[in-house]
Design a protein around this ligand. Sequence first.
Ligand code: GLA
Length: 753
Amino acid sequence: MSTGVGTRPFLEWVKGEIIMKHISYNEKTKVFKLHTKNSVYQMQVRDYDTLAHLYFGADIGDSDASHRIISLDRGFSGNPYEAGDDRTFSLDVLPQEYSGYGNGDYRINALEVTHEDGSDAIHLRYESYQMTEGKYSLKGLPCMFGNAEEAETLEIVLYDRITNLKVHLLYGVFYDLDVITRSVRIENKGDRTVTIQRAMSMEMDYPNKHMDLIHFYGRHSMERLTERLPLYHGVQSVESKRGMSSHQHNPFVILCDRGTSEKHGDCYGFALAYSGNFRCEIEVDQMEQARLVIGIHPYHFSFRLNTGDVFETPEVIMAYSSEGLSGLSHIYHDAYRSNLIRSKYVTAPRPILVNNWEATYFNFDEEKLYNIAKNAKEIGLDMFVLDDGWFGKRDTDYSGLGDWVVNESKIKGGLPHLVSRIKALGMKFGLWIEPEMVSEDSDLYRNHPDWILRIPQRNMTRSRHQLNLDITRKEVRDYVMAQIFRVLDSCGADYVKWDMNRSVANVYSSALPSERQGEVFHRYMLGVYEMMEQLVTRYPDLLFENCAGGGGRFDAGMLYYSPQIWCSDNTDAIDRLKIQYGTSFGYPISTMGAHVSVCPNHQTGRTTPFETRAVVASAGTFGFELDLEHLTPEEREMAQKQIQEYKKIEHLVQTGDYYRLSDPFRNDDYVIWQFVSKDKKETVVNGVQLRNEPNPHIHLIYLDGLLPQEHYEDLATGSVYTGAALMKAGIPLPVGKGDYQPIQFHFIKTDKH
Ligand code: GLA
């Protein structure tokens, strides 16, 4: 065994430990510790150079947790050869940091490979470590960033003696944020090709199974609903095989104690910063231990590493909270706002927009668009966004994708002309694009029929009558982006909405040899990220919104490029209560695109009050998506007021702490949530009263996050309450006047008593 040495000047010896500020290694006990403000993560190099996982959770002082591992002779759990007569050492039961397949550990493994001779065992042993200031980065993949003040990196090298495959476990430690990131760099240092079959981004072994899994499932137009299930024997999984993180599952999961609630209890979050196929598996084994792995889905995945080649896994952003699910959400919200989202808009006021999609669909001309923009200006909006239908022969969704040239039969005089008129109103301008796709009825497809993903000799699976471009190919990426840049340059767009409206299928690239077809899904994602990187590099001031048929790629990976994501194609205010509630567990409120749309709602046919729609859209990146020309005078006045109201609370949405005060999956009477400013001087409680009842109950609601001794004034009534009264005695909801009524309270800290 060789031990690496940290490279930084302030790396010191303290009582036998080599330490950085928040990472330590004890040479005697061989224990690594990673410290965040409220958690500690421990690993130990044990017998036969095996890297064992010891503990992740609340700080336990200077103890190490090696006492938790008890070795016993276990039937049918084999022993490595070098253990000799010791039948108590078995990889089948030992908690490990990153396990390989084929060495007597029959649980789900983090790493599986095949070798040139057809064998597939891999045995990872500890080799060395290195500590550095600042956060590691990944090539071509989204990940958190952090300078020397914000983060430290621990890199532990494991290796396989036979093949000399090196596995670098990367840990990014963000002390103040209470976050640890993980990723894995696999390097072929041997002289034979190794093919990766599964390379999870991390593994986490827990000594017992008494936890619940919370995950976020759904479908198009109904994304990120919540489900909480106890862990059970066998394997549970949450996953996507659609080439996108998907509407159906989300690459963010929570494990928590059975008793954990919003306010109390231990919980652990695992967020994969990746927008393609993923799998999170949790296995409860024969010893009642739980193992979680999360990373790229092994389905249709393999990656060949020739000598010298390197493969990096996507990053997992991991957090522990002892303060319940709210505490965990606050960690993610703060971490993403400060060290994941790169846009200047992350905490800055964003232009409030009107989008023409639900107003016109494909049916518009330049006068129609101009009129929407003009009305938008009159009611106080900041930006007009031109959605689908402005390019090529795009009169329906059967044609035009790929031809990023303005459709002059709809927009006479061209885009620059229309945009200059809109900008002359004092409005900003935004544009919809869908760069990863092509319609069969398009010049792009006619000229380059081989530029799509397509399995030889087989018919394509169509979806929305469009096909996935083979953006694993650089020439395809460069061609598409050049066309899009030409358009954006010509009109000086302030905003872009990047859409992706089908799952990936027909997964085969004619540009790759047969033995590399397992790389297509991942290379597709690397292609998407490269295109997005080009976009944000070229236009650093652009407001960039992601979208995939609404929230089909709502993940931490996308937030590295865009500060907001269209949350769902469902704009119905009542359905949005569940969608936005689920999304809030793992993602900041300011990342959720949310618009006021027309009623009866286009997706559900439901009618809700105009004000209620605004209150729900205010819990996100507020905007409008309806034909403003058709507002009644009363609605126009209300819209004006709502825009002003939103501007008053926008700073809380962007930078405040968010509390879920009720659970829409359990409460049929009302749904409420609360924003509290970081200095706790201001709070807003918003929500919707779902049902009006005759002879009604009085519902008391209990606020959170305030200073108990301080006084707060209700801005609507002038009444003053202590923080303790608002949190412990509660306040009554207004008695309803009908179904779906809005709830709005705004309190400011006051010296009045
Ligand atoms: C997707 C988006 C919508 C709209 C349409 C246009 O469904 O989520 O907001 O942009 O595409 O085709």
